[in-house]
Design a protein around this ligand. Structure first.
Ligand code: ZN
Length: 312
């Protein structure tokens, strides 16, 4: 097992983390294809850090093109236990001003065409999403943002849309009537998958604009977003510098056992190939060598006979 690490997913504007020591860029192969880029693995303040630029270096991938499963899988494989998602957002409330930061505690998934689970292919799991954010990590992230001098808001609902277009005014008005606080394009299904991977997840949302609902502010456009993003990312780097030394192992939250009772499929019905593919996630609950369906039984005609009966 690799040493526990803090995973950081850098959103728009955050493609590298300066100041890490012993830096290596590591490519990870996953059962779900390729992550957005290689992972930058290094150390900071004595802690192991694994950083992934969500859109790839050079910002080559749009939100709908992200391989969220591969990204989270790679973090898990490299030993990440905590994941901080740094994400640019639009504000849906007057008091969340551009250049403010938000640590949301709820999400609303309005995406339309993304694969949002590691399960399937014969193994079914249902992970709770009532409280999707790790309260411990969110508290430390909030404290780090305060210490970095940011104007930061604790809690709130992040609405995730498919994009890549920004909202129409009608959409923005309707979203506001739903009571959401910020709008973005990337945290879903990222947070769902982080839960399935039993990772502590929290988002540092950087407010860049007022979406398009505001009567007096200019409507959102890429140029304005980027100008505010550069300032927000500079502050985010300060927040991360304070957060990294503040995470501590072992974790005392409930995140490390989220899958304990989540798998509903009977062990005897697991397709062996799927169990093997998901070993990184479910292996601790269903170790190899258990009674998977059609598991090869190398010795004895009697056992082979049992296998045939089970399949029939
Ligand atoms: Zn946690």
């Amino acid at each position: 097992m690799p040493e526990p690490a803090l995973g950081i997913i850098g959103g728009s504007g955050l493609y590298e983390l300066e100041g890490l020591e012993e830096v290596r860029w590591v490519r990870v192969r996953t059962p779900f294809g390729d992550p957005s880029d290689a992972y930058c693995v290094g150390r900071f303040a004595g802690r192991r850090v694994v950083f992934l630029p969500r859109h790839g270096r050079g910002h080559r991938l749009m939100p709908s093109e992200l391989n969220f499963r591969a990204n989270i899988w790679g973090l898990k494989k490299l030993g990440a236990e905590w994941v901080v998602s740094v994400s640019a957002v639009g504000s849906m409330r007057e008091e969340l001003r551009p250049l403010d930061m938000v640590v949301p505690d709820q999400f609303f998934d309005a995406t339309k065409r993304r694969v949002s689970t590691f399960f399937g292919a014969g193994i079914v799991g249902h992970v709770g999403m009532a409280e999707p954010i790790c309260p411990d990590l969110a508290a430390r992230l909030h404290d780090a943002a305060v210490a970095a001098g940011a104007r930061v808001h604790r809690g709130g609902t992040y609405l995730c849309i498919e994009g890549p277009q920004f909202s129409s005014k009608a959409e923005s008005r309707i979203y506001r009537s739903w009571g959401v606080d910020v709008i973005g394009m990337t945290n879903m299904p990222e947070v769902k998958l982080a839960r399935e991977a039993e990772l502590c997840y929290a988002t540092l949302a950087l407010v860049t604009d007022y979406d398009v609902w505001h009567e007096t502010e200019a409507v959102v456009n890429v140029e304005a977003v980027i100008a505010n993003l550069l300032k927000g990312v500079a502050t985010a780097r300060e927040v991360l510098r304070r957060l990294i030394p503040a995470v501590s192992h072992p974790r005392s939250c409930s995140c490390p056992s989220l899958l304990k009772d989540a798998v509903i499929t009977a062990r005897g019905a697991f397709p062996p190939r799927t169990r093997r593919a998901l070993d990184l996630l479910i292996g601790k609950y269903f170790p190899a060598g258990g009674r998977d369906r059609a598991r090869p039984r190398p010795r004895g005609p009697g056992r082979a006979g049992q296998d045939r009966r089970r399949r029939g």
